[in-house]
Write a protein that binds this ligand. Structure first.
Ligand SMILES: *Cc1c(COP(=O)(O)O)cnc(C)c1O
Length: 392
């Protein structure tokens, strides 16, 4: 089934004439690479988060790579991260020549990295902890920051899911040393491709700015404004610049964020109510969280006797797209080649890797859409469960 044929897709974004006008203005200006619109986007994003510095980059992965690089993480170092995340989280550690050390999640009700598991994996080589606010639900940052303080570690927040989420009243991404955001096409704030690195630390900010653009001391935009003719290269930098087109989209999308996240919350709340008591289906993050989720995705955890592939196939037959978050990183072929077969080392993560299913969630989704999905689940799960019992 092609993606356009889904009756209810996994995700969708809100875009209208405001985005089209903003992009048209950039095209008319003929300044397409990092410039005044990007500066405006960065300023607006920093203001929104209440953070001192924000640097727009070409992707969330670029943001993560820069974050690890500016903390001086390199060969021989270890960084503790979850395995239940998108592969870019751990890849960014490998880009620096360091080793990602995977820590398990809290449990089937809280899919975030566990501070106890982090503490158990600290070694003399550990330099940093890179957390992911899974699905937009904030990690329990206080004990994580305590582990970091006790062992003199830096903390990076992979905030790709959690733009707008809060923990104890603070915006996710501003709690650790550096926050990394993604504006990929399916994220809560979307510019197609793009990302942001944020920090309150002036020294780190200076390094981030330089690494983003080839390690150069002045940018094309500076020289265009008459600020110098030449430049020096002070570090091995990258081309991780964002385009003005993406930044123009970002400014408009940031204005929509609050309303879009509120709509996501309404959909998530309705799912929770509708699925309560449904046999074989658990909704994680049902307990009190110390903050507000950005509801990036809606994950459910299936019981052991409810085969995910069958349920996904039945949903597909009804035009409902589902997904998996995530196949654990430590089980990927490439990671097994690097670190050997570590299956069995992260039992909770591995359980979720086999039994999690992600349901559609996006701001424009209707309540009828939620009801249709939950009705479909109610219809098909008893048959799958019964069939499984008979074949036993
Ligand atoms: C999307 C995502 C990234 C990578 O962002 P890109 O913009 O696609 O490079 C990193 N970590 C997590 C958890 C993500 O969901």
């Amino acid at each position: 089934m092609s993606e356009t044929a889904w009756k209810i897709p996994l995700s969708d974004i809100v875009m209208d004439d405001d985005e089209i006008d903003a992009v048209r203005d950039v095209l008319v200006s003929k300044w397409l690479s990092m410039g005044p619109v990007t500066e405006e986007f960065e300023a607006a994003f920093a203001r929104y988060l209440g953070v001192k510095h924000a640097f727009a980059v070409s992707s969330g992965t670029a943001a993560l790579h820069i974050a690890h690089a500016v903390l001086g993480i390199g060969s021989g170092d270890e960084v503790i991260t979850p395995s239940l995340t998108f592969v870019a989280t751990a890849n960014s550690v490998l880009y620096c020549g360091a080793k990602p050390v995977f820590a398990d999640i809290v449990g089937t009700d809280n899919l975030n990295i566990s501070w106890e598991e982090i503490g158990a994996r600290v070694s003399p080589r550990t330099q940093a902890i890179t957390v992911v606010h899974y699905g937009g639900y904030p990690c329990d940052m206080q004990p994580i920051l305590e582990v970091a303080r006790d062992h003199d570690l830096r903390v990076i927040e992979d905030t790709a899911h959690a733009v707008g989420a809060t923990y104890k009243g603070r915006k996710c991404g501003t709690i650790g040393d550096i926050g990394c955001f993604s504006f990929f096409a399916n994220k809560n704030l979307s510019t197609g491709e793009g990302g942001m690195v944020v920090t309150d630390d002036d020294k780190l900010a200076e390094k981030i700015k330089v690494l983003r653009s080839h390690g150069m001391t002045t940018m094309t935009w500076d020289r265009h404004r008459g600020h110098g003719y030449s430049y020096d290269v002070t570090d091995l930098g990258y081309n991780y610049r964002i385009s003005e087109v993406a930044s123009a989209l970002g400014i408009v999308q940031l204005r929509r964020l609050k309303q879009n996240n509120a709509r996501r919350k309404r959909i998530a709340d309705r799912y929770r109510k509708a699925l309560e008591g449904t046999e074989g289906i658990g909704c994680p993050f049902g307990g009190r969280i110390d903050g507000e989720s950005s509801h990036h995705i809606f994950p459910v955890v299936l019981s052991r006797d409810l085969p995910r592939a069958e349920l996904q196939a039945e949903m597909k037959k009804r035009g409902i797209q589902t997904s998996i978050h995530y196949p654990p990183i430590h089980l990927f072929t490439y990671y097994r080649r690097l670190f050997g077969d570590t299956r069995g080392s992260l039992l909770k993560t591995e359980f979720i890797g086999e039994h999690e299913m992600t349901l559609p969630l996006y701001p424009g989704m209707t309540e009828e859409g939620v009801d249709c999905i939950c009705t479909a689940i109610d219809e098909v799960t008893p048959a799958i469960l019964a069939e499984k019992k008979v074949s036993r």
